[in-house]
Design a protein around this ligand. Structure first.
Ligand code: 5RP
Length: 229
């Protein structure tokens, strides 16, 4: 069951604490979503105060925000990996640190950047905490592969739904030009095995299960930050 307390203050506390963990000279993975955005803004303030960092954005949205607040950006192509990645999550397992991501349809690039990090810090509010994972798993698919991927997800015990765009007719299209299937599996008995199965489906570009990647989860509250290592 989700906890309450997912206000903007809690998200800001988590984002600001993560931004404090960045060292001078670091290359920083810039996650996507409202909580990661607080970290990017806090980094911008640190850059104003003299911090030397370079960001690698995980989405069009995070790149635009970084530019707006004065965080210089580069590409993973240029740097090969990042020192620290700061990214949000839609759900995290308090025991294992396994994540479900992709609520912002950015999980393909997020996974590449977060997995390349020496340190991956997750920023979240208390509503994201869970014992075990049971949220729908976002699956980015090549548009031409939608039907066979839906069938494969069904075979894996899931119920896929094409993600619709919020403000216009038609589906969500990712920064990579692909579609997103939100796949309900119920409670995930074995996220590691499901992650392997999903990765093996032809036409799947990336899924939102991030298993064994997070080094710490910083959970903002109204009063401060709780840390899960
Ligand atoms: C985007 C993501 C986000 O990090 C996730 O959806 C959390 O977003 P928010 O901090 O706005 O709740 O995975 O693909």
């Amino acid at each position: 069951m989700k906890r309450t307390g997912g206000g903007e203050t809690a998200k800001r506390h988590a984002g600001e604490r993560a931004a404090e963990a960045v060292d001078d000279g670091d290359v920083v993975g810039l996650g996507t979503g409202s909580t990661a955005a607080h970290a990017i803004r806090a980094l911008g303030r640190r850059v104003d105060a003299g911090l030397d960092v370079t960001g690698v954005a995980t989405s069009f949205q995070s790149r635009e925000l970084a530019r707006e607040v004065g965080v210089p950006v580069t590409t993973l192509d240029d740097v090969g990996g990042v020192d620290v990645a700061i990214d949000g999550a839609d759900q995290f397992d308090r025991e294992t640190g396994a994540l479900i991501k992709g609520g912002g349809a950015a999980h393909a690039r997020e996974k590449v950047v977060d997995a390349s990090a020496d340190r991956f810090l997750v920023v979240a509010d208390p509503t994201k905490a869970a014992r075990g994972l049971d949220a729908s798993v976002p699956v980015e698919v090549l548009p031409s592969a939608r039907r066979p991927v839906e069938a494969a997800l069904d075979d894996l015990g899931g119920e896929p739904t094409l993600r619709a765009a919020a403000r216009k007719d038609g589906p969500v299209v990712t920064d990579n030009g692909n579609l997103v299937l939100d796949c309900a599996f119920g409670a995930l008995a074995n996220p590691d095995a499901l992650a392997v199965d999903l990765s093996g489906v032809p036409g799947v570009v990336a899924h939102g299960l991030f298993v064994g990647l997070a080094d710490a989860v910083l959970v903002g509250t109204e009063d401060g930050v709780e840390r899960y290592d």
